[in-house]
Design a binder for this molecule. Structure first.
Ligand code: ZN
Length: 430
């Protein structure tokens, strides 16, 4: 299935030796060329020659977003500055931006990975790809654009916004693939619907990047644009940018490019590996990144690995979609709880609306209590509340191993905001 941009290995054992080689190269390279890494590795007592198996990865020190900020403007720099051909930068919410630099080989590897995304999504060189993400310092524009050129499809660098122009191109150029953020995808879907031009466009696929997606968003985009396939591309500026994996067409998780980086899933509290299939923090180690290699970089993003072979036949391993941030984790009665998990559980219970709140309290008896407030679905009868509450409590118990009280409230009564709505309220006082 991946003929032009195939995995760099054929069997699982080959992947391990490829990863070990890449890991050894990365640590030697970082140690030899980056004062930051040399100091960090020396402090941890990890010499490059000590790495004999992949298990030795667990003895290497972590790198964090704070390290990147502390070493502004060119953190993790491991090459001479004349080797750098590009920088990208993420819009930091606090303090200084994170700036990451790339050598020619880094860009080349990134575009190979991105072209692989387009190939796995089933594009051909006949496709016309309209890219409506931001260009410039952000990685999205360059990644989607140059990846599509490397793949060999016709690219339309439309940029974000400007719905009028987008709709004109969809009709006049007969675009077949739309690349955008999930919120832009929703806007476009609603615009195409409102203008009644669905029959005049030829869109077949939508590739979403740079934002968390939900099943509801994807369903709306599919319906209003009349497309068969919607893909999700994860992306992290520190790890090249978007294009380092792609959701499976069978909705069986996200295939990730394990021949370019190692993904560890660790408990954010203990930093030990979680059990197979459990949720943990995504920690990245690159295998051939020159300018700013990553050694155990803590992304704070949460997901879990998806075990076993994929029905689609792709041998690249899988993780689940991003389920939240480890900063949002709370420990309740000895269990790690992430808001994204509750989201997932509630979305599978029939009769629940889209909004909910979780309240944690510490009561006089010395115990912690959880109350889940959930909106009933629009137009659902109140008489169904008791049954719905029981179903929710049961689902929470089965999936999160916690007991909770459930309160059903009318549709539309919980607060909503365009950006991040706060859903977890930890009112415990000790
Ligand atoms: Zn698959």
């Amino acid at each position: 299935m991946l003929k032009r941009f195939p995995p760099k290995y054929a069997f699982p054992d080959d992947l391990q030796s490829l990863q070990l080689k890449g890991l050894q190269w990365t640590v030697s390279h970082a140690y030899a060329n980056s004062p930051f890494y040399r100091k960090r590795l020396a402090e941890a007592g990890s010499m490059p020659g000590d790495l004999r198996t992949l298990a030795d990865l667990s003895r290497l020190p972590f790198t964090t977003a704070e390290d990147l900020r502390d070493n502004y403007p060119l953190p993790l720099l491991s090459v001479e500055s004349k080797e750098i051909v590009r920088i990208h930068s993420s819009s930091g919410t606090t303090g200084k931006r994170k700036i990451l630099c790339y050598t020619h080989k880094d860009i080349d590897d990134w575009l190979y990975m991105f072209a692989r995304c387009y190939e796995l999504a089933g594009l051909s060189r006949e496709d016309r790809v309209q890219i409506c993400v931001g260009y410039g310092l952000w990685t999205a524009g360059a990644g989607f654009q140059l990846g599509a050129e490397r793949f060999g499809a016709m690219t339309i660098p439309a940029g974000p916004g400007n719905l009028d122009l987008q709709c004109t191109f969809l009709q006049d150029l007969q675009t077949t693939v739309l690349c955008c953020t999930a919120s832009m995808g929703l806007l476009m879907a609603e615009e195409v619907h409102a203008r009644g031009i669905r029959d005049r466009i030829k869109l077949r696929k939508v590739i979403l990047g740079a934002e968390r997606t939900s099943d509801a968003m994807i369903a709306t985009i599919k319906e209003l644009l009349g497309v068969e396939e919607v893909y999700d591309i994860p992306g992290l500026t520190e790890l090249y940018g978007p294009g380092t994996g792609l959701s499976c067409r069978h909705e069986a998780g996200i295939h990730y490019w394990a021949d370019f980086y190692i993904l560890e899933i660790l408990d954010p509290e203990t930093l030990a590996p979680v059990a197979p299939g459990e949720i943990g923090e995504m920690v990245y180690t690159t295998l051939g990144k020159e300018a700013a290699p990553l050694i155990r970089y803590r992304s704070r993003d949460l997901t879990r690995l998806v075990e076993g072979d994929c029905v689609c036949g792709c041998i690249l391993p899988r993780h689940d979609r991003i389920l939240g941030r480890s900063d949002d984790m709370v420990v309740f009665r000895g269990v790690n709880i992430y808001p994204g998990q509750a989201d997932e559980v509630l979305s599978k219970v029939d009769g629940t609306g889209s909004e909910y709140q979780i309240l944690l309290e510490h009561k006089g008896d010395g115990k912690d209590y959880m109350t889940v407030k959930v909106e009933r679905a629009n137009q659902l009868d109140e008489g169904y509340d008791a049954t719905l509450a029981r179903a929710i409590a049961g689902a929470m118990k089965r999936n999160l191993m916690v007991s909770c009280a459930v309160e059903i409230v009318p549709y539309g009564t919980l607060p909503r905001s365009e950006r991040k709505t706060r859903r977890l309220f930890d009112n415990r006082r000790y």
